[in-house]
Ligand binder design. Structure first.
Ligand SMILES: *Cc1c(COP(=O)(O)O)cnc(C)c1O
Length: 393
C-alpha cells in the first residue's frame, strides 16, 4: 500500500493524531473499534440498506454527450448531486452515526462552516432519533441562514462560536471542547478526510462507495473497470478520497485533484493549499496547510464555501508530495463560468465547489478516446443566489 494509510495512521509523512491529552480516550476508543465495527455483517447490511433506500444509491454514472463533444474527449459525471441532501457528505454521516450507535453514544456533535456538513449531520440524527448539536461560527450563521434554518427544522441545536474570527476554525475549537467535556456519551462527526487518525481513514472508507460503484458502472458501459482519469474538487478532500479510493494503487488511472485558487493563487485570497501550503499540524493531523512564516494559519478564501479550508487531508498531502495526483488550481471566475456551461450544455446545475473540477478543460487537453470521470460532488441549489448575483441573471 504505497498511497493508502499505513497501520500507524500515516499516509507517507502525513497524518497521525496530534491531539491534547484530554482528547486521547475518545480518539483511542474510536481507533480501536472503527474497523471492527465496519467489518460486522450487521453493520454492512444496515449501511448498504440506508445508502440504497435513504440516500438513493447507486448514484448514476452519466455520459455527458454535449460536454464531451465540446472538449473532444469522453466525459462521465458521477452524480453525487442526486444523493439525498444534495451532495456526497451524507455517505459519511450515515456511516458515522451507525458507528456512534454501536459505541453506545447518545449525543452527536459536529462543526460546520457553510452548513452543508451540519445539514447532513442533522439529517442522520433526525433519522436515528439522536440529540444533535452543531457548532457554527457566528459570522457563518449570518452568512448561511438557509442551512441554519434547515438544521433547526431537522431538530438540531445550532450553537454559535463567538471567539476568534467566528468562523469554521472557531467552531471546530468549540466542538473539541464539548467532546473533551462529554467523552462517554458523545460522538464527534467530522465531515471530511481531516482530523486525527482514524478520522481521515474512516471517512475515506465511507466515501469509497463512490469508486466502488464507478468500477462496476464503467464495466457495464465501457467493458472495463478503469477510466484514464478521475477528477474531483478538494476542500478537505472527502469526495476526492471516495472517487480515488479503489484506484489509488493502480497508476494506470491518473488522478486529478482540483483546488480553489480564489482570486488567483498568489493574490492573497485563495485556498490552493497544495501549492501554497507547508507542512504543519491542523485539527490533529500533520499535513499541508497555508500558514505564515511564523506558523500562523492563513485565512483561506474561495467563492465556494466548501473549498474555503486552509488545510487539506493527509491523504491528499501525500498524493501531492508523491506526484500520484496532479493538482490543478481554478479561480472563482473560471469555476463560475464552468458552472454556467454545465447547466446549459447538460441541464445540470452543479455546486460551485464541483464547478471547479469542470473548469479543468481549459487547463489540460485530453485525447479523444480518453475516458474522464468527474465526481459531481453536489448540486447547485444552495448556490443559486451566488450564480444569480455573479451573472446578473
Ligand atoms: C463540502 C463539499 C465539498 C468539499 O469537501 P470535500 O471533503 O473536499 O469533498 C465539495 N463539494 C460539495 C458539493 C460539498 O458540499
Amino acid at each position: 500500500m504505497k498511497y493508502n494509510i499505513n497501520n500507524k495512521g500515516y499516509y507517507g509523512d502525513f497524518g497521525g493524531a496530534y491531539i491534547p491529552e484530554m482528547l486521547y480516550p475518545n480518539v483511542e476508543e474510536l481507533r480501536q473499534n472503527y474497523l471492527k465495527i465496519m467489518a460486522e455483517p450487521s453493520f454492512k447490511e444496515e449501511f448498504d440498506q440506508l445508502l440504497k433506500d435513504y440516500v438513493g444509491r447507486p448514484s448514476p454514472l452519466y455520459l455527458a454527450k454535449r460536454l464531451s463533444a465540446k472538449y473532444n474527449t469522453k466525459i462521465y459525471l458521477k452524480r453525487e448531486d442526486l444523493n439525498h441532501t444534495g451532495a456526497h457528505k451524507i455517505n459519511n454521516t450515515i456511516g458515522q452515526i451507525l458507528v456512534a450507535q454501536r459505541l453506545g453514544k447518545k449525543r452527536i456533535i459536529a462543526e460546520t462552516g457553510a452548513g452543508q456538513h451540519g445539514v447532513a449531520t442533522a439529517t442522520v440524527c433526525a433519522l436515528m432519533g439522536m440529540e444533535c448539536i452543531v457548532y457554527m461560527g457566528e459570522i457563518d450563521i449570518a452568512r448561511q441562514a438557509p442551512n441554519v434554518a434547515r438544521m433547526k427544522m431537522l431538530g438540531a441545536k445550532v450553537v454559535p462560536a463567538l471567539s476568534g474570527s467566528r468562523t469554521l476554525k472557531d467552531a471546530t475549537n468549540e466542538a473539541i471542547r464539548d467532546w473533551i467535556n462529554n467523552p462517554v456519551n458523545t460522538h464527534y462527526i467530522i465531515g471530511s478526510v481531516v482530523g486525527p487518525h482514524p478520522y481521515p481513514d474512516m471517512v475515506a472508507r465511507f466515501q469509497s462507495v463512490v469508486s466502488e460503484e464507478i468500477q462496476w458502472q464503467l464495466k457495464e458501459k465501457e467493458g472495463k473497470t478503469t477510466p484514464d482519469y478521475i477528477v474531483a474538487c478538494v476542500g478537505g478532500g472527502s469526495n476526492a478520497a471516495g472517487a480515488f479510493y479503489h484506484y489509488l494503487e493502480n497508476t494506470d488511472v491518473k488522478l486529478i485533484a482540483v483546488e480553489a485558487a480564489g482570486k488567483g493563487i498568489h493574490s492573497g485570497e485563495s485556498a490552493a493549499t497544495s501549492v501554497l501550503g507547508k507542512e504543519g499540524i491542523i485539527h490533529g493531523s500533520k499535513t499541508l496547510l497555508m500558514q505564515t512564516d511564523d506558523g500562523q494559519i492563513t485565512e483561506p478564501y474561495s467563492i465556494s464555501a466548501g473549498l474555503d479550508y486552509p488545510g487539506v487531508g493527509p491523504m491528499h498531502a501525500h498524493l501531492y508530495k508523491t506526484g500520484r495526483a496532479e493538482f490543478i488550481s481554478i479561480t472563482d471566475n473560471e469555476a463560475m463560468t464552468a458552472g454556467l456551461e454545465l447547466s446549459q450544455l447538460e441541464g445540470v446545475i452543479p455546486a460551485i465547489e464541483t464547478a471547479h473540477s469542470l473548469a479543468i478543460f481549459d487547463h489540460k487537453k485530453f485525447k479523444e478516446d480518453d475516458i474522464v470521470v468527474i465526481n459531481l460532488s453536489g448540486r447547485g441549489d444552495k448556490d443559486l443566489q451566488n450564480y444569480i448575483d455573479y451573472f446578473d441573471l
